[in-house]
Design a protein around this ligand. Sequence first.
Ligand SMILES: *Cc1c(COP(=O)(O)O)cnc(C)c1O
Length: 489
Amino acid sequence: MQFIETRGNDGQKPLSVPFSEAILSPSASFGGLYVPKSLPTLDASFLEGHLGSHYKTLALDFLLNFGIDIETEVLQEALKRYDTFDDPANPVPLSQIEEDCFVSELYHGPTRAFKDMALQPFGYVLSKLAQKRGEHYLIMAATSGDTGPATLETFRNQANVQVACLYPDGGTSDVQRLQMVTEDAPNLKVIGVKGNFDDTQNTLKDLLASEDFKEELAQRNIKLSAANSVNFGRIIFQIIYHIHSYLELVRKEHITMGEKIYLVVPSGNFGNALGAYYAKKAGLPIEKILISSNVNNILTDWICKGAYDLTSRELIQTESPAMDILKSSNVERIMFDKFGAARTKELMEALANDGKYQLSGVELASLREDFDASFSDDAECEAVVGSYAKKGYMMDTHTATCMKAYETLREKKCMAVVYSTAEWTKFSPAVSRALGHEVKDDVEALKWVSAHANVSVPPMIHALFTKPVMHTVVVSKESIKEEMLHFLV
Ligand SMILES: *Cc1c(COP(=O)(O)O)cnc(C)c1O
């Protein structure tokens, strides 16, 4: 399987690359992204064949059908990372919360957010590739909270890869910050940046574009890669759990094979939703993908009106911070798939130059064949968290944004799967507030919620508060380069 570019080819880069190249060097011509030329088929016989499969077996078969240039043994080892999840027999459990609504819990990995689903196996694959080629890579991540911990965790002590993680100081929860600053492997560096997530991401982009930073890296024989969802190596693992959720519903006899379902996806950079889109396109029986946002609802406008407009917006900090994003990177891959490279380049250039673009009526109609969207503000999310907690189901604030989409956007009587992207323990002060109790910090919130709602706090979250802090640097964006060069000596 070869990979091509969302904005077309510049005549410098190869016309197409294998998977290994696309994940080691994920930036494509004209600032575009890599996408697969085609997708494997998820037909009835594939799905029937995996009704009795373990998650890892399903995943391996799917990856082999994709025809990527990674050895089977490497993939098998990578997938063993799921054995560290809460229940190795089923790393992604499904819980029923309404007669026709199920929650697929993607957060049972080491950092308690769904980023582990892709980053855990991805980290293993990338490090193996680097070792095999005798190359050294630097991964730089800008995080709004969950990507950072999951990226650090997957690469800790992995050969031939160093990770530098930038986070917005004050823009993450205490738990998320502690997950990063207590990481203690020599190949990991964590830096707080003064500003919000978009500032942090822009700082990183400027650094990556700077010629003298590239020169410094070249002198040290270090190549750059990326672990955010611009990297297709993450997206490929995010197609699999959608298939798994579907098979779980069939196995538990809530649907029959072939019956369509809704997927409800709380979205930021649109990686999770893109995985769902590829699964649908490959043949998984999905009626529609319902996208939920918080008040940073640029995706709601995109899907409901075809408008993508940054000029009329400022990023707003919410209680679902992992979705506090305005420049959603994977939207581009959807546009490429639907409208082609020339049009995608045109639209992405309009976004860069004018801060906005508008899809045509025909384009919008095509988008709406697969997606619909709504958003919830913090008060609505708190009400959702509170009401499900009363019924005995604890969800986090990101997952809570989904319930309005579930309630208002379904046009057919189909079952719905809501994706839970984080455990409540990562956002416990907001969850505590939702249950009617204001707290001063995460420690108090974790204690209060676990006592009052009768839910437990997993050991890796407990441990964070007594682990030594290894990374104390918080800098303005001007000082990032210097910090980085210290780390890379
Ligand atoms: C990353 C994240 C999201 C958004 O996922 P995308 O794939 O970027 O759309 C939603 N919720 C949580 C908790 C996350 O960590």
